[in-house]
Design a binder for this molecule. Sequence first.
Ligand code: PGA
Length: 256
Amino acid sequence: MGERKPFMAANWKMNLSLDEAEDLLTKLTKATIDFKRVDLLVAPPFTILQLAREILAGTEILLAGQNMHWEKNGAYTGEISPLMLKEAGCSHVILGHSERRTLFFESNDIVNRKVDAALSEGLIPIICIGETLQEREENKTSDIIRIQLEESLKTSCQRRSLPNHVILAYEPVWAIGTGRTATPQQAQEVHSFIRLWIKNTFDHKTGQAIKILYGGSVRPDNSKELMSQPDIDGSLIGGASLSAESFLSIVRFYEA
Ligand code: PGA
């Protein structure tokens, strides 16, 4: 893993009431976490951001939006701008999650616009990519990942520069919420492909520094082995991040 500090991100998706969120966030703030060894981020629904900001104030736990629009403001009913996320206390934003791509028709082009907007507004994008089961079975995984990278980072590719604090998340669609995790070897293979692509497209230093998270049915019992892979730098955790106990046990993989 070298210089890359492990990064654990909780994606709550459309879950938890205010009371449940308060309970979970309070437990996270009280837990003993070695922040020298791991960074921690929580991405709650928009309506919980304000509460999360208050509870997490003064802690090292980071806050993210789960999505955003690429424009600064305007007639975009139902949308949230990068600045609004920043004002709500977010330093990061998850972009191009497979649920956004599949259920809300987000194309690579839309993801590219959002990545640009996040970067110009000073938010760190966590950019999700991953293949479907059919694509994997047809041996198309690396083609799909390459196309997603090329197109979701199109503007950055044209400029030939990508800030090395951008975070990528490899989430095989067939592993999300299904209980079916990629084996550590399957995940490592794709992570190493992604890192090589970043090195070849940008430069060696960016490729070495960029964090690549794995997401898809990460649990306390598989976190340590995933984290032992050389190119897996952390996790994006859905279901298992909704309970303090399981999330903390994933976060504290270094103790296991
Ligand atoms: P999961 O979700 O951990 O519930 O599979 C991961 C994600 O979608 O980010």
